[in-house]
Design a protein around this ligand. Structure first.
Ligand code: PDD
Length: 287
């Protein structure tokens, strides 16, 4: 089926949506993005994604697209036009096309941002069988730039990390800097030890996950202990459980790290419970 996508004010068949070869996201990775999940036709954590988008734009001194205040309507219209029950909406804003290649930012009065949104239909996203088995990760050095709190489209190293994992017969990679786990290639990383949930504290070293914020809130509401601090791969391998969170995977149990089983090598009770709570609560509050 041909998707209907959104490009700079227009809803178009995906084959007709065209962006300039001079667009700065294409030439310079000068763009930011968000991924919002859809469950039961509703947008999950939409306000959080919108707030983070605004922050990413501010941090990069990038203009808000003209349609910024209409983004909820645009998301909803794409869900409707494409008949999405479960899936994701991808949104990207770039600094636009100044009609040439130049390192210097174009004048925002003359060059307007490019705004693109498209849907990804994923029936069965909430009931993903992978979450029942858990996934295996490898660890790799985190050599990304130092502003990982900004959700930019510079995703080459995360892609390379996923490919390294695949090559090793695993599903994903956790990134390690100065001996401590920062986050996953496209998710936030957690371990559980003696009932305490441990995840890296927020800083410029990691993306401030919207799912992370919701999951930690639910965990605290359920009287679970939470410690926000870095941890090592050795500590994760010796933990009772491990898991990760993201808008597209929700809460995903991690059962093996660098070939070592975590706990009994099966998804643990804390990850299972948090996945249930997250899905239940976020569907309830979806808009
Ligand atoms: N990735 N850390 C990184 C590096 C990420 O790319 C993501 C999200 C997260 C989790 O953030 P959130 O809970 O807000 O989705 C953490 C998205 C899903 C992606 O690139 O597809």
């Amino acid at each position: 089926m041909t998707r209907t996508v959104y490009l700079n004010g227009e809803y178009l068949p995906e084959t007709e949506a065209k962006v300039s070869i001079f667009d700065r996201s294409f030439l310079m990775a000068d763009g930011v993005y968000e991924v919002t999940s859809v469950l039961g036709g509703k947008l999950i954590d939409f306000d959080g994604h919108l707030a983070r988008l605004e922050r990413s734009l501010n941090e990069l001194d990038m203009e808000k697209p003209e349609a910024f205040d209409d983004l909820l309507d645009i998301h909803r219209k794409l869900v409707e036009l494409n008949g999405i029950d479960e899936g994701m909406i991808y949104l990207q804003v770039s600094r636009g096309s100044a009609g040439d290649r130049d390192f210097v930012f174009p004048d925002p009065e003359e060059t307007k941002p490019t705004l693109v949104l498209f849907t990804q239909n994923k029936p069965g996203l909430a009931d993903n069988p992978v979450a029942k088995k858990g996934i295996k990760v490898i660890s790799i050095e985190d050599i990304r730039w130092g502003r990982r709190d900004i959700k930019t489209v510079q995703l080459l190293y995360p892609s390379m990390g996923k490919m390294a994992a695949k090559k090793a017969g695993c599903d994903d990679a956790w990134l390690v800097e100065d001996g401590q786990v920062t986050e996953g290639t496209s998710n936030n990383a957690y371990i559980v030890k003696d009932g305490t949930i441990i995840t890296r504290n927020l800083s410029q070293d990691i993306l401030h996950g919207i799912t992370r914020a919701a999951v930690l809130r639910f965990a605290r509401e359920a009287q679970m202990q939470v410690e926000e601090r870095p941890f090592t791969i050795a500590e994760a391998q010796a933990a009772d459980e491990a898991f990760y969170t993201s808008a597209s995977s929700f809460v995903m149990p991690v059962v093996e790290i660098d070939g070592t089983k975590v706990g009994d090598g099966k998804p643990g009770p804390v990850a299972k419970r948090l996945r249930e709570i997250y899905l239940e609560e976020s569907v309830k509050s979806g808009i």
